[in-house]
Ligand binder design. Structure first.
Ligand code: PMP
Ligand code: GLN
Length: 383
């Protein structure tokens, strides 16, 4: 293995999901729902396969999906993108982020991201030969946020990109317009490009609204926005995503993506286009049910003795393990399947310095209520 990828080993999601399978524990680790997305969307994928849509789609993506993405950005956020030149379909958000970073940052460059960072960011920045400069999100009351001065201080003459994930996995923060304004000001003052990961754009709670960074003044021209079908429509295995942004940046993404995977699975694209056009009412139902599940898990974890942070978005709750007498989340997460029959993710893997997240574990609530209840029941016997 090349030196720059040493230390990345096996992803925590693979490790913990394998542990769940081996021990039969309830898997509240890797974030995937245990119920399928809308039936008509699933049918659209089957029809696409039966109808012969099984050879290479165009590299940039099926026109119907690029048009549906452009329509979604316009209807929901008032952002206009040309489907021919400003929308590019990728193998999930993961490839969209990787192609963006590989296209825009290289050896010697620095990429800023808020920490904890979703696990693919650090590996992708390393693949690019660039350096990740983390800016910590810290608990402030019930939510995690950053200190604007720390963000400003992280910028150097070598900074090229700012990677922004909102709604944020694993912190659960939905950045406010004020927070995004600080980020936008830093980008404009230092001529940085922003890459935004908006895969949880529909999954926000308590009236919090997702605001794309590209909607702030002066940001559309310097932002690549990434999203995907997996979380919005409960099909995390479809691995179909998209990048939207100014044509010149999207061309740069194209140059990289065409040699990573060339194109993205055709049948999923057709069904995703269908879902974006017709199934957003279904997503509102999903959002509502997730909000109730969040409350169920938060209440249960608190009763079991954890201190939790009620997320404003995503699938995940951060839980502080210290009130239960534990100090190391990695140790606890590795022992939890045997001790309690539950799998969680140790948040420390999302930090460059594990000690910054040592006493947190992350639980997913995108599960049936009976599953959440059973997990909570098991965890309540921990102390
Ligand atoms: N970004 C974040 C913040 C995520 O939680 C995930 C996990 N779904 C991804 C990106 C990857 O998305 P995809 O499966 O579309 O590649
Ligand atoms: N996004 C999912 C999570 O955070 C995991 C996806 C993956 O396994 N890479 O749980």
């Amino acid at each position: 293995l090349v030196a720059r990828m040493r230390g990345f080993g096996t992803t925590i999601f693979a490790e913990m999901s394998a542990l769940a399978v081996r021990t039969g524990a309830i898997n509240l680790g890797q974030g995937f729902p245990d119920e399928d997305g809308p039936a008509a969307m699933l049918e659209a994928a089957v029809e696409a396969i039966r109808g012969g849509g099984n050879q290479y789609p165009p590299g940039p993506g099926l026109p119907e999906l690029r048009e549906a993405v452009a329509a979604q950005r316009l209807d929901r956020y008032g952002l206009a993108y040309d489907p021919a030149t400003e929308v590019y379909v990728t193998v999930g958000a993961t490839e969209g982020i990787a192609a963006s970073v590989l296209a825009l940052a290289g050896p010697g460059d620095e990429v800023i991201a808020f920490e904890p960072t979703y696990d693919s960011y650090a590996a992708t920045v390393a693949l690019a030969g660039a350096t990740l400069r983390p800016v910590l999100l810290r608990p402030d009351g019930d939510r995690f946020t950053f200190d604007p001065d720390e963000l400003r201080a992280a910028v150097t003459p070598r900074t090229r990109l700012l990677l922004v994930n909102s709604p944020h996995n694993p912190a659960g923060t939905v950045f406010t317009r004020e927070e995004l304004q600080v980020i936008a000001d830093v980008c404009r003052e230092h001529d940085l490009v922003a890459v935004t990961d908006e895969v949880y754009e529909y999954l926000t709670y308590d009236g919090a609204r997702h605001v794309p960074l590209a909607t702030l003044e002066g940001m559309r021209e310097r932002t690549l926005t990434v999203s995907s079908v997996g979380k919005t429509f409960s099909v995390t295995g479809w691995k179909t995503g998209w990048v939207t942004g100014p044509a010149a940046y999207v061309r740069a993404v194209q140059t990289v993506k065409q040699f990573l995977t060339y194109a993205t699975g055709g049948p999923w694209q057709r069904a995703t286009a269908y879902a974006l056009r017709h199934e957003t009412p279904w997503v509102e139902e999903l959002r509502r049910s997730l909000e109730a599940k969040r409350d169920r898990l938060v209440t249960g974890l608190e009763a079991a003795g954890f201190k939790t942070f009620r997320p404003q978005g995503t699938y995940f709750v951060q839980a502080d393990i210290r009130p239960l007498g534990f100090t190391d989340g990695m140790e606890l997460a590795r022992a939890l399947p045997e001790r309690a029959g539950v799998v969680a993710i140790p948040t420390q893997v999302f930090y460059q310095r594990p000690e910054n997240g040592a006493h947190f574990v992350r639980f997913a609530f995108c599960k049936r209520e009976s599953v959440i209840d059973e997990a909570v029941e098991r965890l309540s016997r921990l102390s």
